[in-house]
Design a protein around this ligand. Structure first.
Ligand code: ZN
Length: 432
């Protein structure tokens, strides 16, 4: 996943101080420690560009709903979220992501019930304990149902409180520079749950503090209808009118884009988080990924929330991206290697991280080691393509900054059964 798409047979990777210092084929250089990965395929760690970790608590609900119906049904349940539940949910989602080859997790949290604190901090604690990189967002909603928005009034906040809490989290948690483990992004939820003023002031804050900026956009036909009725334009035109579209912005979904809007994304450098499984589950449609890539738009993959996916399996999205692109545009629409690129280098570009997404000198030593000796690849002529076509289930090993966080297909720092047990206990509090 370097600029030349290099693939090395019989390769080696030299890691120093959490970064890749050299890569090659043939005789390996001298090193203090050696690990043989004989027979495995090593890819860069995957980068997730859209998620709502808390939604692992409310899976398999609203099973036949459209996005708006699904949201309206689930908002009141989500209003019960607290730090304890968020911690259990984050551990669940991050554990699944790590086992599926993901080393960097973006989480879009936007539900902040009044009087509850420590929600973003709970995610950060879970990520640190399990060994993942985390880009957490201080999301927001301020357009309640009585003002024409979709969420209930008790789940919306005051603009000043949102912005002040974002600044607080940045000063306490946000790291900069190569190898950053914890970062904060600014992420008002969507055009139908956030006022134009909060959208604008969020962008101003992000740009003043040098943070990445994110929102949901153009996910369903209902959202387009909502924007046309309320704002007299499409969701993309609306966001553009607020001065949002730029190289520090990425938007989730972007299923419903007209050709001039794709060109506008390309011209402004705006990125896209493609979430194919969630889009299929909610019947939203299929994003025009081939057209976005041909136009030069940055595109990464996201699992989206686990109440609409229902897994946090990022390699599953690599396969899904391949299939939906081909369902839309035929078998030439996306290659297996392009699909892996979306999940690695593409995701890193979307998050504005030049230190992630490829295995090359100077990059973070975030590596996914895929076994090739299982049933699903037995007989595969090309193990790299085979991983995508078969839909690899689990990494054998996962390194984050050179540290081993998955070994032998199991978490190194936690027990997944214990995580699932704790999660079930928390989820029972949200039972229908
Ligand atoms: Zn989402």
């Amino acid at each position: 996943m370097d600029d030349a798409d290099t693939e090395l047979g019989e390769g080696w990777i030299l890691i120093e101080e959490g970064f890749v210092s050299a890569v090659g084929a043939g005789d390996a250089p001298a090193a203090d420690e050696r690990t043989s990965l004989g027979g495995a395929v090593v890819t860069p760690g995957l980068v997730n560009t859209h998620h709502h970790l808390y939604q692992t608590l409310t899976r398999a609900r609203a099973q036949q709903a459209t996005l708006f119906e699904w949201l309206v049904e689930l908002y009141p349940t989500w209003a019960g979220i607290d730090a304890e539940a968020e911690y259990a949910a984050a551990r669940t989602g991050i554990a699944e992501l790590l086992l599926s080859g993901c080393t960097t997790v973006f989480d879009h949290h936007y539900v902040f019930p009044r009087g509850r604190s420590g929600l973003v901090e709970a995610e950060v604690q879970a990520a640190r304990e399990l060994g993942a990189r985390l880009v957490a967002s201080r999301g927001s909603m301020d357009l309640g149902v009585s003002d024409g928005g979709l969420p209930p009034d008790e789940l919306v906040e005051e603009i000043d409180a949102v912005l002040a809490d974002t600044e607080r989290l940045v000063s306490e948690l946000h790291e900069t520079g190569p190898g950053a483990v914890i970062q904060i992004a600014v992420a008002p939820c969507s055009p139908f749950s956030v006022t134009g003023r909060l959208m604008t002031e969020s962008a101003e804050l992000a740009r003043r503090l040098g943070l990445q900026l994110h929102t949901h956009l153009a996910e369903t036909v209902e959202e387009e209808g909502y924007c046309r009725e309320l704002y007299g334009c499409t969701p993309v035109e609306y966001l553009d009118s607020l001065g949002w579209l730029d190289g520090d912005v990425w938007c989730a979904h972007c299923v419903h884009l007209a050709p001039p809007e794709i060109a506008r994304f390309a011209a402004t450098g705006t990125g896209v988080a493609h979430c194919p499984t969630s889009n299929l589950r909610l019947g939203a449609g299929v994003a025009p990924v081939r057209q976005l890539l041909d136009a030069g738009v940055r595109v990464g993959l996201g699992v989206d929330g686990s109440a609409s996916n229902e897994r946090s399996h990022l390699f599953g999205e690599v396969k899904q991206a391949l299939l939906v692109a081909r369902g839309r545009g035929g078998p030439q629409a996306l290659t297996a290697r392009e699909a892996i690129r979306l999940g690695t280098r593409g995701g890193a570009a979307v998050l504005g991280r030049g230190d992630l997404g490829s295995i090359a000198p100077g990059m973070c030593a975030d590596l996914a080691v895929w076994p090739t000796d299982g049933l699903e690849l037995a007989g595969a002529a090309d193990p790299v393509a085979g991983l995508v076509f078969a839909g690899a289930d689990r990494v054998d090993r996962l390194y984050v900054g050179g540290e081993l966080v998955v070994q032998g297909g199991a978490l190194v720092r936690a027990d997944e059964r214990e995580i699932a047990t704790a999660q079930r206990a928390q989820a029972a509090r949200f039972a229908p």
